[in-house]
Each structure stands twice: as structure tokens, then as C-alpha cells.
Design a protein around this ligand. Structure first.
Ligand code: PEP
Ligand code: MG
Length: 580
């Protein structure tokens, strides 16, 4: 039995078999003789045939499950497995260098990919990624290493991995993944956020876990305290089996609050909405847990699925937005426009940057790629007639980003009118306040939009200069730091001066102690994963706004978060006895 500690990323207990998910390929280099050269070439040809067959199978699957277009991109891959330039380069290189075939392919592929990516032509830049993919596949065949796909799991597993990209998480088969554990990541990295939304327990930031655990080990994931137990003894197994049952019972008890309106003891209403990433899998919970609306739909998840190789078309997006709006009836639905970049990357669309969170992200990307942005806006406007839609812009740092977007929306409306489509004319337009610069000009921004939603996940990282996904600086990621709270307060005051509503949709909302401070600071709305909604509602029903206000006012005056945490914990012990 081995116990390893990490960061709690998503609550819940899971017990199951480990699957170590490792996408890395390690290539050795060694010399071979003339006879072996010909044998290695023979292996290369056989591997090429196998890779080509695999691509054809995958292409046909995509065409039958999605569309002709979704499968089409693989035609270039298939052709490249027969490409004479590529094959001849491999043959020349192995004959000249007399090194093993895996190493030769690695060299040729890297070289070709670099050449393609340097050409100032989108076609060849796409081929640069294709050739890398083909190279990896050939090397895997040669090394008899299977490429794992988290979407095709056929038994229930606990995924253990060095890292999981957002695309990995978005495409995994949620019915099969009991929990996941990674070496890298923080509470607010998007894989962790997704895990919470889907109710998958998760622990991140466990050093070397992908080397310590083995596929087939029995693992307990304790997402509440942020630890895992590898091959537990009988006593631990029994303890966690019981704990899991107890937690499930508590969740069911919360359901009694579903239809009670969310008000403090002294009658202040706090609107409770849900955050959502994958509507097909989450919308039932949003309704079940009584959300008053969708406070944040992270629309980029529509673009991030690994199953889909093309960006979603206008029609696909229109159907996806219409689905949410219809399901929610007349309840408000805030759809945030594309927030790609940071840890949400798409090969061939976003760029590899050395400082991605400070780079080509969200609204910056959209304004530089109006071709992509306009398709989303057209789809949103067309869907608007099916419900109560608001549009929200992410990562605003300047007023110009808002005014430019408004101009684009006007242009898009003109196009829709010309094409004979209906849309609502008065869709509220709001912005995320998640950069210190947006806070500092929130008095000006409040005059130009209809609502604010404070994105504390980013606001904390940009205020504390601390990467939200980096476990090494996790101790600096402090929601209750007075610097963060003062920025939130300033935003709320500036919004209220202009009579616009202000919500918070960052992950800090789901911790009761943080929610109390936010309510005390004066927010109108809280938006969080639907799974945590009723726990927060129960707390709201048991607090007084006047108490929360006092706690928040003191927190604003303090020099650090420690005093605030102590004070709230004491207050909660006295006033929220049911928690203890
Ligand atoms: C935030 O930054 O708080 C937020 C809600 O947006 P995201 O987590 O998607 O960056
Ligand atoms: Mg954000």
C-alpha cells in the first residue's frame, strides 16, 4: 500500500483499476550492419502499410459517425504514407547513417516537419503537423506500442497520467473514467474544472505518479482531501467504501433545497447559476439541481473535442446553442465566446507560445481571426430566437476589444438579414472581468456593456502573477488575498454605479468560505458547476448578508488571507453547525 498526496481538483471518492496513460515515445539510437539495414527497411515498409490501413479505418469511422468533411482531413495522411519524397529520405538516411529505423524516422520526420512549418503557406503548415502524427504512428507500430485513446475505453478505470490536455479530458469516455490523477496541474486548470463539472473525482500535482502506479493497480482516489492510495489494505478499502456511500447520501439530501429560492436569512437574493462545458452530459444536472440559468457556457469546448478534427461549422454551432437555449426555456443562458489559448489549444489553430496565458488568447485570438469569430457570432445570433441568450466576451483588457466586437456583431447582423435569418436584436452583451486592467477601467467598461462576470480563475493568476495550472506556485494562488478581494470590490462598485449586475463565475465560488466573502462584497450572482450548486445554496440559506458584509469589510483591510480564513472558519463553526 502506498499513499501519495496532491491537490484536490474534484471532490468525490473513486475506487478502481489504474490505467497509466502515457503518450510519450522513447526512441533509442544504435548502429546496425548492412544486412540489418535491409531488414530494418523491410520493417519500415510493413509499418507503413499498417499505418495506412489504420488511417483508412479511422477515416471511414469518422465519415460514418460524423460527416464526410470530418473524415476528409485524413486523406492527406493516407497519401503521405505513400509519398515518395518521405520514403526515399528514410531509405537514403538509413543506408547512409546505418542506424536503427526508429531513430532514422524520428530524424526525417522532425526535419520535414520543420521545413513545412517554415513555409509561409497554410497548406504546408498543416502538413507539418500531419507528418509528425504519421511519424509517431509509424514509430508506435515499430515499437509495438499501442496509441491509447481515452474515448474508446472498454472497462472502468482510474486514469493516471503525467498530464492531461484539455482535449484529452474533453474527449474521454466519461462513463468509463472513474477518476483521474495527474502529475501536473492546479485546481483551476481546465481539466480540473471539467472533472468537477462532470462529477469525476480528481487529484492533480502528484509528483511522478505515472511512474509509481502501474496499469492494473487498485487505486483509491480521495478527491476531497487530495490523496490517492495505491493497492490499499482491507481496512482502508472498507473505510473508503463506506465514506463513498455517506457522501452519496449527503448529495441526495441536498436535493430538498432545489426549489427553495436562494436568499440569505436577512432576505438578500443571490442568483445561483451553473457553469457548463459539455451540455449533452451536464444539462440534466443543471436542471436537476435547480440552476436559475447558465452563468457561463465555455463554448470553446465545442471546438476542443479530439473526435472532431475540423472547427465546428456555423450549423453545428447553431444546433449546439439552440439545444442549450431550448432546454433552459426562458431561464437566462450566458454563452461566452471562444476562449481558446492558455491551456486550451487546438493543433494547427492556436499557436505554441512560451507564455500562453499572456499570449494569443480568447478575445485577442477572435479579433485576429474574424473568419472564425464571425461564424460563432452568426450561430449565436441565429440561435437567440430559441431562448433567453446573453453573449459574454472573455479576457477583456481594453475598451477597444469591446467596441471592435460590437462593430463585428453589427456587421454579422447585416449579413444575417441579407441571408434571411431571424435573430433577436437586443441580446445583452457582457464581459468577463478577469484581468487587473479590466478591473481598473471597470467604471468605463460598465458604461459599454450590460453585465459583468468576474472570472476569478484568471483574475487570481494575473493579480498574483501565478500560473493557475502550475502546482509549484499553488501556494500563491490565493482567492482570499486582499489584493484579489479589493479588485473584486472595485468591480462590483463600478458595476452597481452604472446599474448593471455583477456575478462571479470562477471556481472560488464553489468553496463556502469564499462564497460568503463574495456575497459580503456585494455580488448579485454566483455561477458554478451544477454539482456544487445546492451545497452553496444551503449555506446561503443559513447566513446573514449583514454578517457576510462585516467579514468582507474586514478582509479588505487585512494584509494577508490568513486572518480572513481564521475568522471565517470560526464564524462558520458557530453559524453553519451542520457542516461540522
Ligand atoms: C475564470 O477565469 O474565472 C473563468 C471563469 O474562465 P476560465 O476558467 O474558462 O478561464
Ligand atoms: Mg478565464
Amino acid at each position: 500500500m502506498e499513499i501519495l498526496e496532491g491537490i484536490s481538483a474534484s471532490h468525490g471518492i473513486a475506487i478502481g483499476e489504474a490505467l497509466v496513460y502515457n503518450q510519450e515515445i522513447s526512441i533509442k539510437k544504435y548502429s546496425i550492419n548492412d544486412l540489418q539495414v535491409e531488414l530494418e527497411i523491410d520493417r519500415f515498409y510493413k509499418a507503413l502499410v499498417k499505418v495506412k490501413e489504420d488511417y483508412i479505418v479511422l477515416r471511414n469511422k469518422l465519415v460514418s459517425e460524423m460527416s464526410e468533411d470530418e473524415g476528409k482531413f485524413l486523406d492527406a495522411h493516407i497519401l503521405m504514407t505513400e509519398d515518395a519524397t518521405f520514403i526515399n529520405q528514410v531509405l537514403d538516411y538509413i543506408r547512409e547513417s546505418k542506424k536503427n529505423i526508429e531513430w532514422v524516422i524520428y530524424q526525417v520526420v522532425e526535419n520535414l516537419s520543420k521545413k513545412f512549418s517554415e513555409l509561409d503557406d497554410e497548406y504546408f503548415q498543416d502538413r507539418a503537423t500531419d507528418i509528425l502524427d504519421i511519424g509517431r504512428k509509424i514509430m508506435r507500430v515499430l515499437l509495438s506500442q499501442k496509441s491509447m485513446s481515452l474515448s474508446d475505453l472498454n472497462s472502468d478505470v482510474v486514469i493516471i497520467s503525467a498530464d492531461l490536455t484539455v482535449s484529452d479530458t474533453a474527449s474521454m469516455n466519461k462513463n468509463r473514467v472513474l477518476a483521474f490523477v495527474t502529475e501536473i496541474g492546479g485546481k483551476t486548470s481546465h481539466s480540473a474544472i471539467l472533472a468537477r463539472s462532470l462529477g469525476i473525482p480528481s487529484v492533480v500535482g502528484i509528483k511522478d505518479v505515472s511512474h509509481i502506479a502501474n496499469t492494473g493497480d487498485l487505486i483509491i482516489v480521495d478527491g476531497n482531501s487530495g490523496k490517492i492510495i495505491i493497492n490499499p489494505d482491507d481496512e482502508k478499502l472498507e473505510y473508503y467504501t463506506n465514506l463513498r456511500k455517506k457522501l452519496e447520501k449527503r448529495e441526495n439530501e441536498f436535493l430538498q433545497f432545489k426549489d427553495i429560492s436562494s436568499k440569505t436569512l436577512d432576505n438578500r437574493s443571490i442568483v445561483l447559476k451553473a457553469n457548463m462545458e459539455i451540455p449533452e452530459q451536464e444539462i440534466e444536472n443543471v436542471i436537476k439541481f435547480g440552476a436559475e440559468g447558465i452563468g457561463l457556457y465555455r463554448s470553446e469546448f465545442l471546438y476542443l473535442s479530439k473526435k472532431r478534427r475540423l472547427l465546428p461549422s456555423e450549423e453545428q454551432q447553431f444546433n449546439a446553442y439552440k439545444f442549450i437555449l431550448e432546454k433552459m426555456g426562458d431561464k437566462p443562458v450566458t454563452i461566452r465566446t471562444l476562449d481558446l489559448g492558455g491551456d486550451k489549444l487546438i493543433e494547427g489553430v492556436t499557436k505554441q507560445e512560451s507564455n500562453p496565458y499572456l499570449g494569443w488568447r480568447a478575445i485577442r485570438f477572435c479579433l485576429d481571426r474574424p473568419d472564425i469569430f464571425k461564424i460563432q457570432l452568426r450561430a449565436l445570433l441565429r440561435a437567440s430566437v430559441y431562448g433567453n441568450l446573453s453573449i459574454m466576451l472573455p479576457m477583456i483588457t481594453t475598451l477597444e476589444e469591446v467596441t471592435k466586437t460590437k462593430r463585428i456583431i453589427t456587421e454579422v447582423k447585416r449579413g444575417l438579414k441579407r441571408d434571411g435569418f431571424k435573430y433577436k436584436d437586443n441580446i445583452p452583451l457582457g464581459i468577463m472581468i478577469e484581468t487587473p486592467s479590466a478591473v481598473m477601467i471597470s467604471d468605463i467598461l460598465a458604461k459599454k456593456c450590460n453585465f459583468f462576470s468576474i472570472g476569478t480563475n484568471d483574475l487570481i493568476q494575473y493579480t498574483m502573477a501565478c500560473d493557475r495550472g502550475n502546482q509549484n506556485v499553488g501556494n500563491l494562488y490565493q482567492p482570499l488575498h486582499p489584493a484579489v478581494l479589493r479588485l473584486i470590490k472595485k468591480t462590483i462598485d463600478n458595476a452597481h454605479k452604472e446599474n448593471i449586475k455583477v456575478g462571479v463565475c470562477g471556481e472560488m465560488v464553489s468553496e463556502i468560505q469564499n462564497a460568503i466573502v463574495l456575497i459580503g462584497l456585494g455580488v448579485d450572482e454566483l455561477s458554478l458547476s451544477s454539482i456544487g450548486l445546492l451545497e452553496i445554496k444551503k449555506a446561503i440559506l443559513n447566513i446573514k448578508y449583514s454578517d457576510a458584509k462585516k467579514i468582507a469589510e474586514e478582509a479588505l483591510r487585512r494584509s494577508s488571507k490568513e486572518g480572513t480564513e481564521k475568522k471565517i472558519n470560526l464564524w462558520m463553526k458557530k453559524n453553519l453547525k451542520y457542516l461540522y
